[in-house]
Design a binder for this molecule. Structure first.
Ligand SMILES: *Cc1c(COP(=O)(O)O)cnc(C)c1O
Length: 394
C-alpha cells in the first residue's frame, strides 16, 4: 500500500521517514549545518546538481527538515513543501518568490495582522498593486480580479472573526484569469483542509499553531506543486534565510504523530462550548463556523468536516465588561496565540489588532467586546464552567 492511500492518521505517523544506518525507530534530529563530501569531485558534483536525498547546507535543506516537509506535504495532498522559520516567513516567501513590481494582487481584507502588513505596506512599497476585498462576497472578487491579476491571497477562515471564504468559487474565478491562488490555511488545519482539492496553488501553514499545537516552537511551511516549490519558492527561501531549524522540524514531526487526536478533541470541545454559549444573556453573539447560527454555516459544512478549534464571542458592555470577564477566567489563559494545548482567550481590539484605527477594526468586525476563544486539551466541562463563572461576574 502506498503512503498516499493511507488515512491521515497513518501518514502523520509514518510519511517521509528517513532512517540512518542505526535503524532508529523515532525520527533523528540532524543538528548539523553542513555535510561532508568523500572527494572534491563529489563536492563539485553536488553543487552542479542535488540528486535524490542529498544535502549541501541546512539553510537549503536538512534531513530532519526534509522528513517534516515530506510528511506535511503528504498530509496536505501536495507534491512538495518548503519548511520555514515561522508562518510569516512562509507567507513572505510565497509572496516574494511569485511577485515583482507592477504586478496586481487581490486579497481578502480580513487577514492576520502581519499578513495585512506584508500586503498593504511591504508589497505596495515594492510597486505591487494590491486590491483588498470582502472575501465573503464573490461579486467583490469578480469586480477586483483583472486580466493582469497575478496572484490571489486569502485566509480560508479569517482571524479573528471566523469568516469563511468559498475557496472553490474564488479559485475558479482566479484561474479563469490565470492568477495563482495562495491560501493561508491555518484555521482549516492540515487534517480538515480542503485547500488543494478546492484549487489552491500554494498552501501556507503557520506550524506554530495546530501542528506544534503545544505552544513551543515557531514554524511554517509552503506547499504546492513540485516545480513551483523546488523552483521559485525554494530559490527565494534558501537564499533569503527563512529556513526551519532541524530542532524545530523534529518537534513538529513528533507533533504530527498526535495532531489528529488533538485536533479532534479540540473540535469536540469547540462544538460543545459554541452550543452552550449560544444565546447566553451576557453575549451579543457567538461566532463559530460549526454552529447553525453562523451566517455561512452551509458553506462551512460543505467545505470542511469540522467547525474548527476556535470560536469568537462578543461580550455585551464593551471593553470594561470584557476585561472583567477575561480577568475572572481561571483556566483560560490570556494570550495572543491560539491552537495550543492550553485554552487561550485573546482580546483582538487591544492586542493583535491594536495597530488598526477603530474604523478599520469596525470594517473587520472587531468590536471592543470580541474575544477569540481557542480550545485546548482540558476537559470541556471544566472549560465551560470557567467561562460561565467568568460571564456571571460581568
Ligand atoms: C499565526 C498566523 C500566521 C503567522 O504565523 P507565525 O508562525 O506566527 O509567523 C499567519 N497567518 C495566520 C492566519 C496565523 O494565524
Amino acid at each position: 500500500m502506498t503512503a498516499n492511500k493511507w488515512h491521515k492518521r497513518t501518514q502523520a505517523v509514518h510519511s517521509g521517514i528517513r532512517r540512518s544506518q542505526y535503524g532508529e525507530v523515532s525520527e533523528a534530529i540532524y543538528l548539523t549545518q553542513g555535510f561532508v563530501y568523500d572527494t572534491a569531485e563529489a563536492a563539485e558534483e553536488r553543487f552542479i546538481k542535488i540528486e535524490g536525498d542529498e544535502f549541501i547546507y541546512a539553510r537549503y535543506g536538512n534531513p530532519t527538515v526534509a522528513m517534516f516537509e515530506d510528511r506535511i506535504a503528504q498530509l496536505e495532498g501536495a507534491e512538495a513543501g518548503f519548511a520555514t522559520a515561522s508562518g510569516m516567513a512562509a507567507v513572505n516567501g510565497a509572496l516574494m518568490s511569485m511577485l515583482k513590481a507592477g504586478d496586481h494582487v487581490v486579497s481578502s481584507r480580513a487577514l492576520f495582522g502581519s499578513c495585512l502588513y506584508l500586503l498593504e505596506d511591504v508589497l505596495r512599497r515594492f510597486g505591487v498593486e494590491v486590491t483588498l476585498v470582502d472575501g465573503r462576497d464573490l461579486a467583490e472578487w469578480e469586480a477586483a480580479i483583472r486580466p493582469d491579476t497575478i496572484l490571489v491571497f486569502l485566509e480560508s477562515i479569517s482571524n479573528p472573526t471566523l469568516e469563511v471564504i468559498d475557496l472553490k468559487a474564488v479559485a475558479d474565478l482566479a484561474h479563469s484569469h490565470d492568477a495563482l491562488v495562495v491560501v493561508d490555511n491555518v484555521f482549516a488545519t492540515p487534517i480538515y483542509t480542503y485547500a488543494i482539492e478546492s484549487g489552491a496553488d500554494l498552501v501556507i501553514y503557520s506550524t506554530t499553531k495546530h501542528i506544534d499545537g503545544q505552544g513551543r516552537c515557531l514554524g511554517g511551511v509552503v506547499l504546492g506543486k513540485r516545480d513551483v516549490i523546488r523552483g521559485p519558492v525554494e530559490a527565494y527561501l534558501k537564499h533569503s534565510g527563512g529556513a526551519m531549524s532541524p530542532f524545530n522540524a523534529w518537534v513538529m514531526l513528533k507533533s504530527l504523530d498526535t495532531m489528529q487526536l488533538r485536533i479532534d478533541a479540540q473540535c469536540d470541545t469547540a462544538d460543545k462550548l459554541a452550543e452552550a454559549l449560544h444565546g447566553h444573556e451576557k453575549l451579543e453573539n457567538v461566532i463559530f463556523p460549526g454552529h447553525p447560527s453562523h451566517p455561512q454555516y452551509d458553506l462551512a459544512q460543505r467545505q470542511s468536516e469540522r467547525g474548527g478549534t476556535v470560536l469568537a464571542i462578543d461580550v455585551k458592555g464593551g471593553k470594561e465588561a470584557t476585561f472583567r470577564f477575561l480577568n475572572a477566567l481561571e483556566i483560560f489563559t490570556i494570550s495572543n496565540n491560539f491552537a495550543d494545548s492550553k485554552s487561550i482567550v485573546t482580546h483582538p481590539a487591544t492586542t493583535t489588532h491594536q495597530r488598526l484605527t477603530p474604523e478599520h477594526r469596525a470594517t473587520l468586525g472587531i468590536t471592543d467586546g470580541l474575544v477569540r476563544v481557542s480550545c485546548g486539551l482540558e476537559h470541556a466541562e471544566d472549560l465551560l464552567a470557567d467561562l460561565m463563572q467568568a460571564l456571571a461576574q460581568v
